[in-house]
Design a protein around this ligand. Structure first.
Ligand code: XMP
Length: 310
């Protein structure tokens, strides 16, 4: 049985030993993994830690404000970096899923490396967990936060990496979050991938297309809050379909809704959501987002699907 208290005690020792008198920078997206990693390192080294929130323009509605506020409430020194333009620039013309993931990863590390250099910091903390490592090393996908395990030396980006959670799975990370007394909105937060909405915009990632999926995501989350499922979200397709709006033919966008049950994201089951909920979601998505004419529900488990589409 995993002992969160013991894990925290051991981690604090290890982190202190690794960091010594150096300063540390932490990339915090606000997800449970990166927030727990940040809080843990903060507990170990206090004000030697600076947390950065990189605003890549791919976050959910209200997320940048939520993350910065959460970190400040935890008394962690926090820096907001507006990198929206830079990220959209690297996505230009890219439609292949792996190419997009690698572009995100590269921009992410460069942005972080620059911030670390400006702050004269050698150590980067990140919330990599065991499932991220397994999937990337196994060749399933290039998780944005896995480098060393696939032979990329983080020093090429100019720093050393600290990954205090890399031996844990998600349920254990949540246990650590509760033990650290992090707010419920963090410890029980729905998983959200580092590359964020870029994984849910199939094809080219543009500000306009991200805005569509962001709104659809907000609707799905609002309508499924009571389900207690592992992950609920929307995906924008790269194809279009015919529909009718205000009596006229529209060749518009397609959104797929995905709602899954899972313990650790290694396997997942599509949830048998009551039809009324699905109909309400479809009605709202096609009604509130002008360009969307069709809404689908994904009934595939993992495997053979993955949770995300990309
Ligand atoms: P898949 O799609 O592999 O997702 O079934 C498993 C879990 O991991 C999340 N995920 C990611 N998280 N960086 C992350 O931080 C990534 O690149 C990434 N890709 C997938 C996904 O949302 C699910 O919870």
């Amino acid at each position: 049985m995993f002992d969160a208290k013991k894990f925290i005690e051991d981690s604090l020792e290890e982190i202190k030993k690794a960091v010594g008198k150096d300063r540390v920078i932490s990339a915090c997206s606000g997800g449970v993994d990166s927030t727990v990693a940040t809080a843990l390192v903060h507990k170990a080294v206090g004000d030697s830690l600076v947390a950065v929130f990189i605003d890549d323009g791919l976050r959910r509605e209200g997320e940048p404000e939520f993350v910065v506020k959460t970190l400040k409430n935890l008394s962690i020194k926090t820096k907001y970096i507006d990198a929206k333009k830079d990220f959209f620039e690297v996505f230009k013309g890219k439609t292949d899923a792996e190419e997009k993931r690698k572009a995100f990863r590269d921009k992410f590390y460069k942005t972080l490396g620059k911030a670390a250099k400006e702050e004269k910091i050698k150590f980067i903390v990140q919330g990599t967990i065991k499932a991220d490592v397994i999937e990337t090393v196994g060749g399933i996908k290039s998780q944005h936060n896995v480098l060393e395990q696939i032979g990329i030396n983080p020093e090429t980006y100019g720093y050393k990496i600290l990954e205090p959670l890399k031996e844990l799975f998600k349920p254990e990370v949540r246990m650590v979050a509760r033990e650290l007394c992090l707010p419920k909105e963090v410890s029980e937060r729905m998983p959200f991938p580092g590359p964020a909405l870029s994984l849910r915009v199939l094809g080219e990632v543009t500000p306009e297309r991200v805005a569509i999926v962001r709104k659809a995501t907000e609707i799905v989350e609002e309508e499924t809050r009571e389900l207690g499922t592992f992950q609920n979200f929307a995906v924008l397709h790269n194809d279009k379909a015919t529909g009718i709006k205000e009596g006229k033919r529209v060749y518009g966008n397609i959104i797929t809704v995905r709602i899954v049950e899972s313990k650790d994201a290694v396997t997942a089951k599509a949830r048998q959501v009551p039809y009324e909920i699905l109909m309400r979601i479809a009605g709202r998505i096609t009604g509130e987002i002008p360009s969307v004419v069709r809404c689908l529900y994904d009934i595939t488990d993992k495997p053979p699907s993955t949770i995300e589409f990309e």
